[in-house]
Design a protein around this ligand. Structure first.
Ligand code: S3P
Length: 176
């Protein structure tokens, strides 16, 4: 039986907020990949992007996911682009159910405030159509990675966590 749950999805889909609640409800350790990357690098994500570009960030992300994937009994909030490198998902899948959180472009805008200082890939992104285009580019990556998909647009964090817990539990019962 898999012991980890990895949350994937676009920026602002709720991975961290929902993951925290889910972890405490299931008595699992909450791990935020981005926070671990920042600790490893000794600097915040915008700095990592400034100095090493997206490539530098992705290298650190691969190293970090490799370490996380070896630990057990965690809820893992991945970064929005973790799916872009297949090696990350292959490693996570060894011991994690992969749950894809989705939200509408309008919801993403509300939740992220399109803040490019905090999230470098949102720099210069101005509206829902541009978010939609980024989401569409990533869609096949999320689709290929996901075991389950949960739309969080109309759910609060508690509701989303409850839904994920129920889906994972039902799946485990079916596999018994
Ligand atoms: C990224 C999402 C961010 C962070 C980095 C890149 C992405 O995480 O990993 O800025 O490529 O979508 P969140 O999804 O937690 O914002």
């Amino acid at each position: 039986m898999k012991t980890n749950i990895a949350l994937i999805g676009f920026m602002g889909a709720g991975k961290s907020a929902v993951g925290r609640i889910l972890a405490s409800g299931l008595n699992k350790t909450f791990v935020e990949a981005d926070a671990m990357i920042e600790r490893k690098a000794g600097k915040p994500i915008p700095e990592i992007f400034k100095e090493g570009g997206e490539i530098g960030f992705r290298e650190l992300e691969i190293e970090t996911i490799k370490e996380i994937a070896l630990q057990k009994n965690q809820v893992i909030a991945c970064g929005g682009g973790t799916v872009l490198n297949r090696i990350n998902i292959d490693r996570l899948k060894q011991d994690a159910w992969i749950v894809w959180l989705t939200a509408s472009a309008e919801t993403i805008i509300k939740r992220t405030g399109l803040n490019g200082e905090r999230r470098p890939l949102l720099k210069g992104v101005a509206n829902a159509a541009e978010i939609q285009a980024m989401m569409e580019f990533r869609m096949p990556f999320y689709e290929r990675a996901a075991d389950f998909r949960v739309d969080t647009s109309d759910l609060d964090t508690q509701g989303a966590a409850r839904k994920i817990a129920a889906i994972v539990k039902q799946n485990e019962n079916n596999n018994k």
